[in-house]
Design a protein around this ligand. Structure first.
Ligand code: NAP
Ligand code: ZN
Ligand code: ZN
Length: 350
């Protein structure tokens, strides 16, 4: 075991604060990474505050991790010391169930091991990327393209794959009208990716000050969702809508914008249940579905797609000492469009 430094929430109601903890030394198939940047996902906040009622404390969040390999086990073939490497939302799965064998580790029958808040035989539960180092089996470590800005790549490991996977699954492409709801960390990646896949993209936002940015990021049109007249113009016109909203909202307002047989996929995970009117889906035989991150192979495919298309996240780099303030700003939708922690700041005074 070796000592790592990081930031943790000790309980749901306390702010994140400096925390030291142990990780396992790299085993034969493990990669040890010195973390350079870690994105701040809204799931980190939901978990640190126990909003999904499943948090194991102390909680070190963070699952948008990039850094340099500092050590590898003697059976590791995919990475060597000095390589760039990334870790997303999962660090292990059973590898033998039908879902794992299909590369859908996120749906592992025995449950995947989350990068944080998952079971861990050495430390009780896993600790995430708001920390100095991480040790992960090579099969759950991603290759990071060298041509992209490293800090801006970090959010691809969750926000990128969580939006890429449903867009691919529902075969979004040229000739389709695609909606993205919410311009936050996930939403802004959804806009960039759907645009790169060739769709006509409409962004729905509650924040009028984001309209120009959304167009720059690839939206062909922006709708202020609080304005019923603007919404009414789009009734029954969408092939696909991706809902990334983190809080309570009326999803029927979006379901009603789908064409016959159109699909809306929920990736945002608000604390409270969402109310679906039966008529929103009966009418026009619409589909309402969900999607959970993406498998490891698909995450690599997404990173390679982003490298090819020059896609990264729009970020605001923060020192870790500003993490609690960043959470408050994220709740006010005051982030353009993803906070990323510069992990070098861990060495500064708390
Ligand atoms: P985020 O950066 O906070 O973005 C969420 C956006 O939703 C906000 O920027 C805002 O956009 C809009 N919004 C927030 N509250 C709203 C409300 N009450 N009504 C209407 N719009 C609201 O969060 P994120 O990191 O993108 O994460 C979004 C959600 O996805 C979270 O619940 C997170 O836990 C979940 N998530 C799910 C998966 C998965 O695998 N399914 C993976 C990662 C994250 P506007 O200002 O444009 O309205
Ligand atoms: Zn996430
Ligand atoms: Zn499995």
């Amino acid at each position: 075991m070796f000592i790592c430094t990081g930031y943790a929430a000790q309980e749901a109601t306390t702010p994140l604060a400096p925390f030291s903890f142990e990780r396992r030394d790299p085993g034969p198939r493990d990669v040890q990474i010195e973390i350079q940047y870690c994105g701040v996902c809204h799931s980190d906040l939901h978990t640190a505050r126990n909003e999904w009622q499943n948090t194991l404390f102390p909680c070190v969040p963070g699952h948008e991790i990039v850094g340099r390999v500092t050590k590898v086990g003697n059976e590791v073939s995919k990475f060597k010391e000095g390589d760039l490497a990334g870790v997303g939302c999962m660090v292990e799965s059973c590898r033998t169930c039908a879902n794992c064998r299909e590369g859908l580790e996120q749906f592992c029958d025995r449950g995947f091991v989350g990068t944080y808040n998952g079971p861990d035989k050495d430390t009780g539960h896993t600790f995430g990327g708001y920390s100095s180092h991480i040790v992960v089996d090579q099969d759950f470590v991603l290759r990071i393209p060298e041509n992209l800005d490293l800090a801006a790549v970090a959010p691809l490991l969750c926000a990128g794959i969580t939006t890429y996977s449903p867009l691919r699954h529902w075969k979004v492409g040229p000739g389709q009208k695609v909606g993205v709801v919410g311009l936050g960390g996930l939403g802004h990646m959804g806009v960039k990716l759907a645009h790169a896949m060739g769709a006509r993209v409409v962004l729905f936002t509650t924040s009028p000050n984001k309209v120009e940015d959304a167009k720059q990021l690839g939206a062909d049109e922006v709708v202020i969702s609080k304005n019923p007249d603007e919404m009414a113009k789009h009734v029954e016109s969408f092939d696909f809508i991706l809902d990334t909203v983190a809080g309570d909202h009326d999803i029927n307002a979006y379901l009603n914008l789908l064409k016959r047989d159109g699909t809306m996929t929920q990736v945002g995970a608000p604390e409270k249940p969402l109310a679906v009117s039966a008529f929103s889906v009966i009418w026009k035989r619409r589909n309402f579905s969900g999607s959970l991150i993406g498998g490891i192979a698909e995450t690599q495919e997404m990173l390679d797609f982003c490298a090819q298309h020059g896609i990264t996240s729009e970020i605001e780099l923060i020192p870790i000492q500003k993490i609690n303030e960043a959470y408050e700003r994220m709740l006010r939708s005051d982030v353009k469009y993803r906070f990323v922690i510069d992990m070098a700041s861990l060495k500064d005074a708390a």
